[in-house]
Design a protein. Structure first.
Length: 51
């Protein structure tokens, strides 16, 4: 659960820096590897943060 919250924070941070969703997916995969969220979940959080 904690890692999911960390990943959401990372998504928001990277988004504020102007990173694209695909760039963020790559970074999340690199940092969290097997413990990362699915691409679909990352895209959903990315979409929700834009709104």
């Amino acid at each position: 659960m904690t890692e999911r919250v960390e990943q959401k924070i990372c998504i928001k941070f990277c988004q504020n820096l102007g990173c694209t969703c695909s760039e963020i997916i790559g970074m999340i995969r690199k940092v969290y590897s097997n413990d990362s969220m699915s691409d679909t979940q990352i895209k959903e959080w990315f979409r929700l943060e834009i709104l």
